[in-house]
Design a binder for this molecule. Sequence first.
Ligand SMILES: Nc1ncnc2c1ncn2[C@@H]1O[C@H](COP(=O)(O)OP(=O)(O)OP(=O)(O)O)[C@@H](O)[C@H]1O
Ligand SMILES: [Mg+2]
Length: 312
Amino acid sequence: MKQTTGSPAAVVFTGAVRTYGRAGRTVRAVDGIDLSIGRGETVALLGRNGAGKSTTIGLLLGLDEPDSGSVRVLGRTAGQAVRAGLVGAMLQDGRPIQRVTVRELIAFVASTFPRPMPVAEALSLAGVQEYADRRIDKLSGGQTQRVRFAVALAGNPELIVLDEPTAALDVEARRMFWDSMRAYARRGNTVLFSTHYLEEADGNADRIVVIDRGRIVADGSGDAIRGSAGAGLVSFDLAGGPAAGLELLPGVVAVEVSGDRAVLHTDDSDATVVELARLGAIRGLQVSRATLEDAFLALTAPAAAHTERENV
Ligand SMILES: Nc1ncnc2c1ncn2[C@@H]1O[C@H](COP(=O)(O)OP(=O)(O)OP(=O)(O)O)[C@@H](O)[C@H]1O
Ligand SMILES: [Mg+2]
């Protein structure tokens, strides 16, 4: 068991900002992130393309510095934590070196850490034993991905950071990957991973942090996130009627209009439906429970949709 009481949090972001570009054409890739991750937590980072996940991970690994605010990892700066061998990473665009075998690579990486995992254990935990003696440049994309996971584990770090770890994996490999990741987390380690697969976040993380345009827009369990954008969905045909004002209906927290169909995210489906009925807007009425995907889409609606909503 690792000691958890009294020791600093695994990860603390305080008002972290990272801006790219020059005056006039800047992107606030990370736009004021406050986040604390305790030791032993498994946290999923969810967000659309360009939301700021990889930039956040880059700050966490000390590959990049915040313009303002701070990032602390295991009570140190990110760079110090990485240099102390406390952090393992699997980057989105990482390419392991070629022309060596998987076993040679893992042995090399392990040798650079103060307290590495035995090589055989890293190979087995990442599920790469079958091709441990093959050259890395002869492996498939999915196999290479698993080797990158073995690289992240090799140093036996306290914190592993995985940027879209299952992006190239088939269904079976994905299941194996999550089994390995959970086994690693059960040893008391901390895991932060980003993904576009909502069900993977829901099934494998204790906590989901949704990031949108560089900011955290939701943070909690899958159930909490599902509820955060309205636990219920009420949809109906506008039948030429106005979409304006729908956000003012009782219970409604977000509105999406697609063609002639309105979808209302609501905290109180009953109250929303009663009011719609009173207004006579019940054509094609459907009521359902919001899924994580519904909540995610409502929380991260593209800029245009937000503006539309603000204007109605
Ligand atoms: N080196 C860079 N130079 C300029 N802009 C950058 C750079 N890296 C990222 N950005 C911009 O910062 C924003 C956040 O990018 P980031 O890579 O963090 O997103 P992401 O959430 O990881 O997306 P994806 O799901 O596509 O991997 C994007 O608008 C991106 O274009
Ligand atoms: Mg990314």
